[in-house]
Design a protein around this ligand. Structure first.
Ligand code: ZN
Length: 261
């Protein structure tokens, strides 16, 4: 077929699909602060056969523990594996390029389960990136068929991940959850003015000929006043002049994940 396959999350997809996945993932991340992952991409018929034979056995009667019966090679097959169902060899969409099974890095089911907020989002927005939500038609909410261009831009070296290309676009790295980051930022932004105030208060007290008890008291009192002024001034600059002044508080305001795109 002459198709260039690249590896994303350990699964093979076409170069064009990989590039589209990066764009889809950027939109998904902007919306939820989570990453999309490919659970399954292209499989050769040999691979499909191997998986099928692992999970199904020939059985003329009865539906097995999962009620999952398929016909293949003129025989009746019943699934015994709890690993989940798999199409009979030669009939899987994954034997053609373009089929991807997606999951996300959230701690709840997310895109793999029909009707969740993230699944609804992906179902609605996937098509504009070339990912058609065909899986809902056969009970596999995680399954999408990519129908965009199969040739990608000149492929980047090394294994691609849904994360990879997006991060090179100077995005903040996020293995960290947004909530943890917001917490950490707010701690930093509270203590930075105190550090600045304490430092300045101490420097001022150095110029005075006084004993250490007084020096400590003056340092603390000056620190208190200076840190409040410092915080107020930086907040003013940050909100009225430019957000980058937030760095004077140790870290600029953490990004708002729900307001991009
Ligand atoms: Zn699938």
């Amino acid at each position: 077929m002459g198709l260039t396959l690249v590896t994303v999350d350990g699964e093979r997809v076409s170069a064009g699909c990989a590039a589209a996945l990066v764009r889809l993932n950027e939109a998904f991340r902007a919306q939820f602060g989570l990453e999309l992952r490919v659970s399954s991409g292209y499989r050769s018929t040999e691979e499909q056969t191997a998986i099928f034979l692992e999970r199904f056995h020939v059985q003329d009667e009865g539906d097995g523990p999962f009620g999952d019966v398929r016909y293949w090679n003129d025989q009746r097959w019943v699934r015994h594996s709890s690993e989940g169902t798999v199409a009979a060899p030669g009939t899987s969409r994954h034997e053609r390029s373009g089929a991807v099974d997606l999951r996300d890095t959230g701690s709840d089911p997310g895109v793999t389960t029909e009707g969740t907020v993230r699944s609804d989002w992906l179902r609605a927005n996937g098509p504009s990136f070339g990912f058609q939500p065909t899986g809902f038609g056969f009970g596999e909410a995680w399954h999408y068929d990519y129908d965009g261009p199969q040739d990608g831009p000149a492929t980047t070296k090394g294994p691609a991940t849904t994360e990879g290309a997006a991060q090179s676009g100077a995005q903040t790295t996020t293995s960290e959850q947004p909530r943890e980051r917001a917490m950490r930022d707010s701690v930093v932004r509270t203590f930075t003015p105190w550090l600045v105030g304490a430092l300045i208060g101490w420097l001022i007290s150095l110029g005075w000929e006084i004993d250490d008890t007084w020096r400590t008291l003056i340092t603390v009192a000056t620190a208190l006043v200076i840190s409040m002024i410092y915080y107020a001034v930086v907040r003013f600059l940050e909100t009225k002049v430019a957000p980058r002044f937030g760095w004077l508080l140790g870290v600029a305001r953490s990004p708002n994940y729900h307001r991009r795109r």
